[in-house]
Design a protein around this ligand. Structure first.
Ligand SMILES: [Zn+2]
Length: 414
């Protein structure tokens, strides 16, 4: 691409603000849970923008939306870009939406410049990246990747007991869930623009981040059954205090995560439910929800194994029963060097500062990596704040991201 794109992103910022107005909460607070009225209105808004840009729309059986700019050679696998527009309760304007509307803007800029891609370029809006409704993140991309099989998806329910099938049908998405699954090569390459959701690009004064790895979580649910009783009446010898056993496991996870010696290994116990939960009652049952992440699967799984073995140990030593359930263990992603080089060349050509970095939170791209070579492009967000109404990315940051993305898509689609 020889011409400098003439990026006036006022239109894009106006669209981001307009999309933010479509919310179940009072704007500027954004709440847009999948298949809610707000989600459906937001989808219609974005589809309208894609149609105005001359893109061809298609939706799959779960509502993943594909807006395609036909390339010169339609027999070739397309270049993909995109993200999500659903938002957790009490969220902000930019998570996901920057990747969808920014991706669309990149396509519009290339069109304005008269660029004719050899490969088609496809903008994807993934269904339910956030786990709010069904308790599982990246629903749409996960199903595309075949990581969540149809029969398991059909068992998903929201808090009100509504099944996934019923909800997606009501939302107007039909067809066999099996048809969502795509095979490797669905996209020639895929790149997602996203806010960093961490503070480092802003702190270092950099325009963009090129994501080399995406960490992925494994989550182990642990239930400890001990013996309850009166906190005064029952003396210390012979107690089977479920919370005291849980405390050992919390510390065991911390030390296992630290012991890998890798900065990328993290382990967290984010949920601890104590039963019966009275001050004068010995805890008889505790449920822990743990989250272990890394960019290296074997290293992450070694921490998981250490935690599991301590579950057995603590059960023996303390006479409690410990049961574990692996809730999920998603694959960490290694990004594609060819896309990273294209991003790097594009950042240089656009005069933007950048660094290579790791994505700590997972994204739809994590699952797209099962069906295509992938990478991600991060832009800063103020204070690293995300998943809050005060989430913010400046027009300059967004403009830099769109500029680098546009150049990259042009290069990849050549
Ligand atoms: Zn996101």
């Amino acid at each position: 691409m020889s011409t400098q794109p003439n990026l006036t992103i006022d239109g894009l910022i106006a669209e981001l603000l307009a999309l933010g107005q479509i919310s179940e909460a009072e704007p500027p607070v954004v709440t847009r849970v999948v298949f809610s009225k707000a989600d459906m209105r937001a989808r219609a808004y974005v589809r309208g923008l894609c149609e105005s840009a001359g893109l061809t729309l298609r939706e799959d059986a779960i509502g993943n939306t594909f807006a395609r700019w036909e390339g010169i050679d339609q027999s070739l696998a397309p270049i993909g870009t995109g993200s999500h527009i659903d938002a957790i309760p009490n969220a902000g304007l930019y998570d996901g939406c920057v990747g969808v509307l920014g991706g669309l803007e990149a396509i519009r800029v290339l069109k304005q410049l008269g660029y004719k891609p050899r490969r088609s370029i496809e903008l994807v809006i993934f269904t339910s990246e956030e786990p709010t409704r069904f308790g599982i993140g990246c629903l749409g991309s996960r199903m595309m990747a075949g990581v969540l099989p149809a029969e398991k998806a059909l068992a998903l329910r929201d808090k009100e007991g509504n099944g996934l099938d019923e909800l997606r049908t009501k939302a107007g998405f039909s067809g066999a869930l099996e048809s969502i699954v795509q095979s490797y090569g669905r996209f020639h390459q895929f790149v997602e623009l996203h806010i960093e959701q961490g503070p480092y690009l802003e702190q270092e004064g950099l325009d963009v981040g090129l994501v080399t790895h995406i960490a992925a979580p494994a989550s182990l649910r642990i239930v400890i059954e001990g013996e309850g009783g009166h906190a005064g009446g029952k003396l210390m010898p012979g107690r089977k205090d479920a919370l005291a056993a849980a405390a050992v496991l919390v510390l065991a996870l911390e030390s296992a995560a630290k012991s890998t010696g890798a900065i990328d290994t993290v382990g967290t116990v984010g949920v601890c439910e104590v039963f019966p939960g009275a001050v004068n009652s010995i805890p008889s049952r505790v449920k822990l929800e743990t989250d272990i992440r890394d960019i290296d699967r074997a290293r992450r799984d070694s921490v998981l194994d250490a935690l599991r073995s301590e579950c057995t140990g603590v059960a023996e030593r303390r006479g409690v029963t410990v049961t574990t359930e692996l809730v999920n263990a998603d694959p960490p992603t290694v990004c594609d060097e060819a896309i990273l080089s294209a991003l790097e060349e594009s950042a240089k050509a656009a005069g933007k500062t950048y660094k290579r970095m790791v994505a700590r939170a997972y994204h739809d791209t994590s699952f797209v990596s099962c069906i295509a070579p992938v990478a991600m492009l991060f832009i800063p967000c103020r204070g690293g704040v995300s998943h809050r109404p005060d989430e913010y990315a400046s027009p300059e940051w967004i403009g830099s991201g769109v500029h680098v993305l546009a150049r990259t898509l042009a290069k990849l689609a050549e």
